[in-house]
Structures are given as structure tokens and as C-alpha cells.
Design a protein around this ligand. Structure first.
Ligand code: GCB
Length: 599
């Protein structure tokens, strides 16, 4: 678990320099990097952009599919004015594990390719001189790691990733690297919770600092006017006649903390927050005490050339597409996204179901990969996996808890909840995570097609349900779709007749669609069929008042493993991989822009 995961800022006490650009890169299939002295750099490097996944730059398959150890290195200058500060390197994401060396000295290791970590390098750097950072990384998949999969060794000795999920195992330094200088005595975390009414909002805050010093707090509106102040490590900020953060009508205040030692400010941290509450009452999802019907998408961080790298340009386009189509939400399937995505969503008034990279927890999943006939939660890898799982839940919540856009936490995608062995695992997971979020946002996981109302043994855990359902595509497809609709209705009738009164959001449904393929009457893969399938689901959603959201799979086509069920990727996108609309986009736009918010 990381101590603090505050987003880097530059202010009068702190300095944030990005080390993005070209890094040195080398594969290390023989695992001899350390022995060969690569901790201080290496000869004959490949020049590799950061942030980026290395895979799609290569033109040969062995490099693109490379699985195993690989190295990154970069020289960087540490200015003398950083003297006296804690000097850190912050990695936004290193897929999936990394060991950091600075000037040959081992600093720390980290596992988990979708969350940031910070290395304190104060004792390893030379001030006023050039230094070198080297990272030994590894992108293998294992059953006791997140996301789950296997690593096979082919007869030719090469390793190959065998994910228990379909998205491509894009690897590398996928997010920015920052060189930071922060005061030795510093603020390293803060939290807020809210109470709102029409004429008043109260922000309850608490601050974590390295020293038991005084704290001054202020809150300013978007014009920079200070609207409330307070003192102390925890307290309240009361705002009269507040402008609330509303879905698709965001308003952000700036909260500023100053750490005061001996009457003098020694550190400062500011951030944008939104005044709003989130609650689940019966089968309603409430924001500021008002019901919200979710419409939006499951997504991926995925684009051409740089794979899973965070790309501000792609994100800008995706946000515009979501605005154009009338979306108000998305799920960060199947891992926490770059922090800038959450900042965008805060600004745009979009709600996020934030998902930890717990995916592939089902052996029969993705049968096109050759599903294994075994219960996932009976495996001997479970104890080790759990430690990593809860660790990443902790870091995700720590990192993202202050974003007004975060609506809920998804603790897993499609685990195998149909066996008894899943019950102790989720009992522990839900218990151990219950106090992590000061706002106590709803927690959930997605339920796979097989985990029906009848079969799942874990329906007691989620605060609301996320259903991934594929009638019309993986079963009851084509002309049989009417049976698919009947099956879906039969399942929802079971929920309706039960004593469970919680919201259900459809977090996945869809049809692979080749853009430009038209057919009358429709046929699977055609643009017409995708619309017919969405229309069928909409009819069903409109018949059940406890269905409180629809998030078709996926915003855009994305890259997957190769297989006989995928034609160059997953084509269930409503938009193409280069973010142009399929016909279904116009269909959804019509529906979503006319549905009232509280539909
Ligand atoms: C699912 C998974 C998602 C896949 C999708 C599909 O249930 O959660 O990661 O991409 O199905 O299209 O098969």
C-alpha cells in the first residue's frame, strides 16, 4: 500500500517535472540485466517513447508479443535548488511489475500495472548533476496476480501471455513519469466528505501530514473568491448558497491546505473538489438526493500506436464523443485509468464506476481462449492473489477518493461467484474494504452471464448490481434473438419477484460490428444488427424500474488477443478504434439525449 498518492503539483513548495520523452529500452529474455550491470544503463538501447506500450511500435511479432523481463532507463538532471527537499520519482503505471534503480542503487519494487507508485530517491541522487534511473520490468501474467492469466513457454523457448480476459496485454511505462521535489515535512493525503442542502453545503475534511503541525484550510469558488476557511487537521468548511457539482453540470471549488510549522508555512497542496453527495436508496442511485439514470459505456484505455498509454488527445476526443451522444457515466473497465481521466470527468460532470484490475477471476472465462474447467476460487493461488487484490483496492481508493466524478467502486469484473469457495473470498474483500472510502461510496462487482440470480452465491455483497449480459451475441444470436430477449426478461422477472430492492445497471451488452458492413435484413456483424440488439435491450430496460443504467460494451473498438472469435480486436465499439461513429452511435444519441436525467 502506498502512503500517499496525491497527484503531483508545482507550487511555491513543490516542484513537478515530467520525465516523459524517449527512454532507453531493452528486452531481457535471459534475465541477466542485473548481472550485466543494466542498473546503471545499457548499450545498444531501443529508443522508446514514454508514456507508451512498447508492443505496437514493433514490426516483428517476437517483439510485439514479448513476455518476460525488459528494461527502461533515462538520464535526468537534479537541480541544486532541490537540496533539502524529499526527491521522488513517481510512476503513473508500470505494467505489471517494476524494480527501480537510481545510479545503480535499488530503491524499491512495485507490482500492479495500473496504479501509481512513488520512489524516494533523495539518498541516491547527486544534486546539480546528471543521474540515471533504470527500471527492470516484467509483464508476465499469473493466476496469483492482477489481472489474472497464465504465462506459457512455447517449444521454441519464447514466453507468451495467456490472459484470462480479452484485452491485449499492452505493456510498458503506460503513464507519465514525474520527478518531484516536496518538502521533507509534507502533506501526503487528504479526504473530504459532504453534506448538501439547497442553501448550504458542508465539507468535512481531514489531512494527513508527516508532522503534527498546524493546518490552515480554505475553499475558493471558480472565480477565486474564498468562500470558507478552517484550521486544524480535520474540520468543516461551511458554504452558504453553494453551487453543487451536478451530473453533466459540474462546478469545482479549489480546496487549499497549508502546513504551518513554528508559525511558518512549510507545505501547501491544492486540489479541485465538487460539492455533492452520493447514495443508494432502494433501487435508486441518488446524486445530491436526486435520482440518476446512468447512460454511458464500458471503456478501455486503448488506441493505435501507443496501445494502453494515456493519451490526452484520445481522452479529449472520447469526452467529446460522450458529450455528443448524451452519456453521463462510464466504468473504468477493467482497471483504474490515468488520473487525468478522472480530472476530465470531474470537469465534465461524468460519473465513474472505478474498477480495480481484478479481471480474469474465472477459469472458464473467454472460452475462445480455451477456458479451463476448474473453479477459480478453489485454486492454491488464492491467498497470494487476495493480498495483491486488497492492496490494489486500497491504492485505488486512496488515489481516487477525492474525485467528485467517482460514483462507486467495482471490486472485480466477472468473478466466478457460482461456487461456494467464492463466498469467503468476497466476505473478506467486502469486509476489508468497507472503511477505506471516507465517503462510503457503493461497492460492487460485475456479474457474468453465468452468474445469474439463481446461480450466483454472492448476491449479498454488492450495494448495487452490475450485469454483463450477452444474449443476441454469445448465445441466442441472429434470428434467435427473440429467445434471447425472453431469457433476459425471465431473469429480470426473478430479480423483480425477489425481496432484493437494489439498483441494477447493465454494465455490458453488445454485438461485434464491422464498420461499413450493411445488410438488409440484418445479419450478425452488420451495423443493422448492432442497432437491433441495442434496441432489444432498451425495450427490456424500459420494462423494469429497478434497471437504473445502461452501459453498452464498448465506447470504442479495442485491441485484443488473437483468436478465432476476434477479427483484429473486439468490435463491439459504438465508435471505431479511431473514434468515428458506427450507425449505432446515432441510434443511442437519439435515445440518450431524450431520456430525462432521472428516467
Ligand atoms: C466480457 C468482459 C469484457 C469482454 C466482453 C466481450 O464479459 O467483461 O472484457 O471484452 O465480455 O466482448 O467478450
Amino acid at each position: 500500500m502506498e502512503k500517499g498518492l496525491l497527484y503531483p503539483v508545482t507550487n511555491k513548495f513543490r516542484e513537478d517535472q515530467k520525465l516523459d520523452g524517449l527512454w532507453d529500452f531493452k528486452f531481457d529474455p535471459a534475465e541477466q540485466g542485473e548481472a550485466k550491470g543494466w542498473t546503471t544503463g545499457f548499450d545498444d538501447p531501443i529508443k522508446m517513447p514514454v508514456p507508451a506500450s512498447f508492443n505496437d511500435f514493433f514490426t516483428d511479432k517476437d517483439s510485439r508479443e514479448y513476455t518476460g523481463d525488459f528494461w527502461y532507463a533515462k538520464k535526468f538532471f537534479v537541480p541544486t535548488y532541490m537540496d533539502g527537499k524529499a526527491i521522488q520519482l513517481r510512476f503513473g503505471a508500470a505494467t505489471h511489475r517494476a524494480t527501480v534503480y537510481v545510479n545503480g542503487k535499488e530503491i524499491r519494487s512495485h507490482e500492479g500495472g495500473f496504479l501509481p507508485f512513488t520512489a524516494d530517491i533523495s539518498d541516491a541522487v547527486k544534486l546539480g548533476k546528471e543521474n540515471i534511473v533504470a527500471l527492470k520490468m516484467n509483464n508476465e501474467l499469473h493466476r496469483d496476480a492482477l489481472p489474472a492469466g497464465d504465462t506459457a513457454t512455447l517449444k521454441n523457448g519464447k514466453k507468451m501471455a495467456k490472459p484470462f480476459f480479452d484485452f491485449y496485454n499492452y505493456s510498458g511505462l503506460n503513464r507519465s513519469v514525474h520527478l518531484l521535489a516536496v518538502p521533507k515535512e509534507n502533506i501526503y493525503d487528504y479526504s473530504t466528505t459532504y453534506e448538501v442542502s439547497d442553501d448550504q453545503a458542508t465539507v468535512h475534511y481531514s489531512v494527513e501530514a508527516t508532522k503534527d503541525a498546524d493546518v490552515k484550510v480554505s475553499l475558493a469558488d471558480e472565480d477565486g473568491n474564498v468562500v470558507a476557511t478552517s484550521e486544524g487537521k480535520s474540520g468543516d468548511l461551511v458554504v452558504k448558497n453553494p453551487t453543487l457539482w451536478q451530473v453533466r453540470d459540474a462546478y469545482l471549488y479549489t480546496i487549499k491546505f497549508e502546513l504551518i510549522d513554528g508559525g511558518k508555512a512549510v507545505d501547501e497542496y491544492s486540489d479541485e473538489i465538487g460539492l455533492r453527495t452520493i447514495e443508494i436508496k432502494g433501487h435508486e442511485i441518488l446524486v445530491n438526493h436526486k435520482s440518476v439514470y446512468l447512460r454511458g459505456f464500458g471503456r478501455h484505455e486503448d488506441s493505435i500506436y501507443a496501445g494502453r498509454a494515456f493519451d490526452l488527445n484520445v481522452e479529449r476526443r472520447d469526452m467529446n464523443l460522450m458529450d455528443w451522444i448524451g452519456a453521463n457515466s462510464f466504468r473504468s473497465s477493467h482497471y483504474p485509468y490515468d488520473e487525468q481521466v478522472y480530472k476530465f470527468a470531474d470537469r465534465e460532470g461524468i460519473l465513474i464506476t472505478d474498477e480495480v484490475p481484478a479481471v480474469g477471476f474465472k477459469m472458464a472465462a473467454a472460452s475462445f481462449l480455451g477456458g479451463l474447467d476448474q473453479s477459480f476460487f478453489d485454486g492454491d493461488w488464492i491467498d497470494e492473489l487476495y493480498k495483491k487484490h486488497i492492496d490494489q483496492v486500497r491504492d485505488m481508493i486512496k488515489r481516487d477518493k477525492n474525485h467528485p466524478s467517482v460514483l462507486a467502486w467495482s471490486l472485480c469484473n466477472e468473478p466466478d461467484t457460482s461456487t461456494d469457495s467464492a463466498v469467503p473470498y468476497f466476505t473478506k474483500l467486502f469486509n476489508d474494504s468497507k472503511d477505506l472510502d471516507p465517503e462510503k461510496r457503493p461497492r460492487t462487482f460485475t456479474l457474468n452471464e453465468d452468474d445469474t440470480f439463481e446461480k450466483s452465491k454472492c448476491l449479498q455483497f454488492p450495494d448495487f448490481y452490475l450485469l454483463n449480459r450477452y444474449p443476441g451475441w454469445y448465445h441466442k444470436w441472429g434470428y434467435e434473438i427473440s429467445d434471447g430477449e425472453a431469457g433476459l426478461r425471465a431473469e429480470l422477472d426473478e430479480w423483480k419477484n425477489s425481496d432484493i430492492d437494489k439498483p441494477i445497471v447493465f454494465s455490458e451488452y453488445g454485438a461485434d460490428t464491422e464498420p461499413g458492413l450493411h445488410k438488409l435484413p440484418s445479419i450478425m456483424w452488420s451495423e443493422e444488427y448492432q442497432i437491433e440488439l441495442l434496441d432489444m435491450f432498451d425495450r427490456v430496460f424500459d420494462s423494469y424500474d429497478f434497471v437504473r443504467g445502461e452501459q453498452p460494451w464498448n465506447l470504442a473498438d479495442f485491441q485484443t488477443v488473437e483468436g478465432n472469435m476476434r477479427v483484429n480486436g473486439n468490435k463491439k465499439g459504438i465508435f471505431t478504434r479511431d473514434r468515428q461513429p458506427k450507425a449505432a452511435a446515432f441510434f443511442l444519441k437519439k435515445r440518450w439525449t431524450s431520456l430525462p436525467l432521472d428516467y
